[in-house]
Write a protein that binds this ligand. Structure first.
Ligand code: MN
Length: 753
């Protein structure tokens, strides 16, 4: 065995050099002022980590120590944290994975480091629970830990970023689990903490694993258009460059391309091809300016560029006077270029730029400014939410909380002129709860800009709001119909909570009676369809609203295609629906197809079981990226991998996912469909039908439409062999004169998080 021994020796020496190289890079990235003692501590942490992980390898076969070293590098260079965080990053997996204990760490590095490592070790288990509520409990715990020391979450984000960068080595099922957790939780957290570049990279990497085909296509197109884009940018900035130089303002100016994920999100939201995304890039101007002159200098630059290009005043954004609550400051202007294209220009100082890219960590660096309050505010809000309602269902809390993470923000003034930041779309009542729970609970009306309005009034940035209260007032169930913020929802629900179980049963009864009247069986897919239609994502809300007559026969009927309305149309629709038995609802069609398809197609998966069914929430067809969910005793359920429901499930029940593929040579047909809106005119319907039945002779299952006389909305379900047929058909439908909007059925309400 001498030879292999020698070989191993050689490898170890190579690896030793690789470790030292990474260490040197770390030291270079660590730009904080540091003394000898600090340097010694970091070296001590490295030595301990090397020793502790010495027999461990990553999935890729590399020595494990590369991982903590890379995480420390991200912490230093991309988040801009200092000594303590670097030490903690180096040691973050030691207590969890090796024989060293927390007490050892405390002996060697002190209490502060030990506390952060403890936090990091604890939040590690968050996604390792199979029960959904245990999971939500853990998330709640993590957010509490987070308010103890933000560094825990910052290091955790760095850890996640490195794991995402090295995801290739994992099994496909693991990749999906980790990628969906990332979109579901980590990217929004990074966003909220103002870590813009980390958020973008996490989103892009998650997309790469969840929808490889889309990721490849968009990045390919970006590459192909690069030269043209660069030429355009050069021409656009040429006169600005000269003027800035003449004025003696030190600056940096360049074009910055949107991330792949945000381009894709835009394509989906606006239903446009890549070529029509007009804001693929923005021009960024970064100037050197002392703190006291920042505002004046940024506006001076604005004045210079508007000498050359006409601005669109509706899209001027002043985030210097009104910074976003994640700390973002800049001036955004949209200008008309000489070639007739709108171009966004972002004007920032060096300080603002660092904060925009690195978030709160950069704030600490500019401490003199004293603007750490945004983060403190946010953490205080989280804590309040967590502690204020400890009995609240942890799952509700999780979805309400996520609601708040994604909203844009507006600025509202109190009667005394204090400015408050609240989520966009908030109503007067949300604002009341934002001020204080008691004000919310007793609110009866509001004055917005001195005019009396109901509590449901939606506020806009700049409004001045006064809440009128009455001691006799009590929270009402109807309020849940219009409030938007997690805080308001949670206070109202907890005020009504005692009655919740009663309402749950009553609401369930009532819905079942309505369904019975319509001869629809209350199966799971039926309930899901009603949930989707009404936007009530959890059952408690759904039944609560039925119990309170906030939902009723009308909504259920609409949800299932309103068979009695539009009698005139029934005549027209008959020819298209003749293949199906009369009187069948859309849901029954879906159910039938699912039954029929069961076991008809084969999917490959690591834990392949013998039967499958297609999830009605996203109706996957061959050509879609799909995942399967295993539930004991039930057929494996297939979802499209970008289905919001699937993302939610994957992030919570990671170990029940099987990565699945369609069998390539399948001749079966699957239920799919489109929803469209067109200008109504004679002959429109037959034209639509001709397109669908034309080229591929697709079999139409149902054809529902309603018309106001001017605009016609239609939902058409038909059978296809896969995405190619569906896309071709949609492309043809798009060409119909007067067509305004068309989208595939399945995830209309869903925007991937
Ligand atoms: Mn790790």
């Amino acid at each position: 065995m001498p030879e292999s021994g020698l070989h191993k020796q050689f490898d170890l020496r190579e690896e030793r050099i690789a470790i030292l190289k990474r260490y040197a890079l770390l030291l270079r990235a660590w730009r904080f002022p540091k003394d000898k003692k600090e340097q010694q501590l970091v070296r001590k942490a490295l030595n301990l980590a090397v020793e502790a992980h010495k027999d461990m390898r990553r999935k890729s076969g590399e020595p494990y120590i590369y991982h903590p070293l890379e995480v420390a590098h991200i912490v230093a260079s991309e988040i801009g944290l200092g000594t303590t965080s670097i030490i903690c990053a180096l040691l973050h997996d030691v207590v969890e994975d090796t024989d060293y204990t927390l007490a050892d760490i405390e002996d060697l590095f002190g209490e502060k480091v030990a506390k952060i490592i403890d936090g990091l070790t604890k939040i590690k288990g968050i996604f390792d629970f199979t029960s959904e509520s245990a999971q939500a409990e853990n998330y709640k715990k993590m957010l509490l830990t987070l308010s103890d020391d933000v560094r825990v979450i910052l290091i955790k984000l760095a850890d996640r970023l490195h794991n995402m960068r090295t995801l290739d080595a994992m099994s496909p099922a693991k990749q999906l689990k980790i990628a969906s957790e990332t979109t579901y939780l980590y990217a929004p957290l990074a966003h909220r903490l103002g870590l813009f570049s980390i958020k973008s990279e996490l989103e892009d990497l998650a997309l790469k694993y969840m929808e490889p085909e889309i990721y490849r296509t968009v990045s390919q197109k970006l590459k192909e258009s690069e030269e043209e884009r660069n030429a355009f940018i050069e021409e656009f900035i040429h006169p600005i460059r000269r003027a800035l130089t003449d004025q003696g303002i030190p600056y940096e100016i360049f074009g910055r391309t949107k991330s792949i994920y945000s381009i894709w999100r835009k394509m989906r939201k606006k239903e446009i091809p890549f070529e029509e995304v007009y804001d693929l890039f923005a021009i960024r101007i970064i100037i050197e300016s002392p703190l006291a002159k920042e505002k004046t200098d940024c506006w001076r630059v604005y004045s210079i560029i508007t000498d050359f290009y006409r601005p669109n005043l509706d899209r001027l954004r002043d985030w210097i006077a009104f910074p976003k609550s994640n700390g973002y400051e800049a001036l955004h202007a949209t200008l008309m270029s000489h070639t007739g294209k709108w171009v966004e220009v972002q004007i920032r100082t060096r300080r603002m730029d660092e904060i925009a890219e690195k978030g709160y960590a950069a704030h600490w660096k500019y401490k003199d400014n004293g603007s750490e309050s945004g983060l403190d505010d946010w953490l205080a809000r989280v804590r309040e939410l967590l502690e204020g309602n400890t009995e609240e269902d942890a799952l509700d809390f999780l979805s309400d909380f996520k609601l708040n993470l994604f909203h844009d923000e507006i600025f509202i003034f109190t009667p005394k002129g204090d400015m408050k930041t609240i989520p966009g779309g908030s109503t007067a009542l949300d604002f009341a709860y934002h001020i204080h729970s008691e004000i919310g609970n007793t609110a009866i009306a509001a004055k917005v800009n001195l005019k009396l309005v109901p509590l449901s009034h939606v506020l806009r940035t700049g409004d001045q709001v006064e809440i009128i209260t009455s001691r006799k007032q009590k929270p009402k169930a109807e309020w849940l119909k219009f409030v938007r913020t997690a805080k308001a929802i949670s206070y109202i629900k907890s005020a009504l909570k005692d009655d919740r179980q009663v309402y749950f049963d009553a609401g369930k009864d009532k819905l079942e009676r309505i369904l019975a009247q319509l001869s629809i069986e209350p199966t799971r897919p039926v309930i899901i369809q009603i949930q989707r239609y009404t936007g009530r994502t959890n059952l408690i809300d759904l039944y609560f609203d039925f119990a309170h007559d906030l939902l009723g026969m009308k909504e259920v009927r609409e949800c299932f295609g309103n068979p009695e309305k539009n009698n005139w149309f029934r005549k027209i629709s008959r020819p298209f629906t003749r293949q199906s038995k009369p009187g069948k609802s859309l849901t029954e069609e879906v159910e039938d197809t699912i039954k029929k398809n069961k076991g008809d197609f084969l999917i490959e998966g690591s834990k392949a079981s013998s039967s499958f069914d297609v999830s009605p929430c996203c109706l996957p067809i061959p050509g879609d990226e799909i995942v399967g969910f295993i539930s004991p005793g039930e057929p494996t359920r297939l979802h499209r991998s970008n289905c919001p429901e699937a993302v939610r499930l994957m992030s919570r029940f990671g170990d029940r996912i099987v990565k699945t593929n369609w069998m390539s040579n399948n001749a079966d047909v699957f239920l799919s469909g489109v929803k469209l809106r067109s200008i109504d005119r004679p002959g429109l319907i037959s034209e639509i039908a001709a397109v669908i039945t034309g080229q591929y002779g697709l079999n139409i299952k149902t054809f529902n439409l309603s018309s106001t006389g001017e605009v016609c909305d239609a939902t058409i379900m038909f059978m296809v062999t896969g995405t190619q047929q569906l896309e071709d058909t949609i492309a043809h439908l798009r060409k119909i004169q007067g067509m305004q909007r068309i989208e595939r059925i399945g995830m209309e309400a869903g925007t991937a998080v």
